[in-house]
Design a protein around this ligand. Structure first.
Ligand code: NDP
Length: 253
């Protein structure tokens, strides 16, 4: 995507990113901070979040807050508690990027262990839903808030071996569509991003034999991440966007 926002695109905006300690989430957090946003970094590994918080401070951006939450074990109460803590800290949320995700083993449907299936559904669907529910009141207090879910090409067209992950991303697309319709008269817009093959550790575990140099980096795909958090996307709702339009799904060629 060609998008050249002004350097103050996200000034005064408060944005929460899940899975902010690594990969695409880390890059999104740093990018949003660079464009003026105040960040709330949520993730599983405190040391990684602290490092991103430190990097944000060192670059002179607005100070970020961190919340450690393991989405694999998070209950509805845990999500509500995080939302209550955030409410003590900020008056509203102008953006939430649900980026954290679990891939699990690439294996035929017939061989998926129930535990693996449940884990993927818990992180990618249930916890994302619970956190969305808990954070909605804060988003609705904003005069223009953006809720962004992270999908995948296998969340639009099933692919052999991608089992629970693919099904969870279909569910993510469904969650986005339902919410987009429910809030279409409000100041909240709801959309999905499909990053497309991107150079991260999740991608390397899915395609260990791939030449990662042929992949876009998280930094390369940030234009769409910025567009959806800024006011230029104010009227976009219920859309599943591609960060790499035209890219053929599957291994890099
Ligand atoms: P990474 O594995 O690099 O990063 C995932 C992030 O999610 C990490 O910060 C990780 O935390 C966090 N996370 C994982 N499990 C949990 C959990 N239980 N609780 C809290 N946080 C958790 O993945 P990517 O950056 O590649 O992926 C980001 C999103 O993009 C995912 O939703 C993925 O499905 C999607 N995607 C990625 C593609 C790609 O090619 N990279 C393609 C299509 C979609 P920790 O750092 O502690 O491990």
């Amino acid at each position: 995507m060609q998008y050249h926002p002004k350097s103050d695109l996200l000034n005064q905006r408060i944005i929460l990113v899940t899975g902010a300690g690594d990969g695409i989430g880390r890059e999104a957090a740093l990018t949003y901070a660079r464009f003026g946003a105040q960040l709330i970094l949520l993730g599983r590994t405190e040391s990684k979040l602290a490092k991103v918080q430190h990097d944000i401070a060192q670059r002179g951006y607005r100070p970020a807050q961190i919340y450690t939450l393991d989405l694999l074990t998070a209950s509805q109460q845990d999500c509500q508690r995080v939302a209550e803590q955030i409410t003590q800290w900020v008056p509203h949320l102008d953006g939430v990027l649900h980026n954290a995700g679990l891939l699990s083993e690439i294996t035929p449907m017939a061989d998926i262990k129930l535990e693996d299936w449940n884990n993927v559904m818990q992180v990618n669907v249930n916890a994302t839903f619970m956190l969305t529910q808990a954070l909605l009141p804060l988003q609705l207090k904003s005069s223009s808030s953006s809720l962004v879910f992270t999908t995948s090409s296998v969340g639009r067209e099933g692919r052999s071996g991608w089992g629970a992950y693919a099904v969870s991303k279909f569910a993510t697309e469904g969650m986005m569509q339902v919410l987009a319709e429910e809030y279409k008269q409000s100041n909240l817009r709801v959309n999905c991003i499909n990053p497309g093959g991107t150079r991260t550790s999740m991608r390397a575990s899915a395609f260990p034999d791939e030449d990662s140099k042929k992949l876009k980096t998280p930094a390369d795909i940030m234009p769409l991440y910025l567009y959806l958090m800024g006011d230029d996307s104010r009227r976009k709702n219920g859309i599943s966007f591609d960060a790499q339009p035209g890219r053929k799904a599957g291994p890099a060629e």
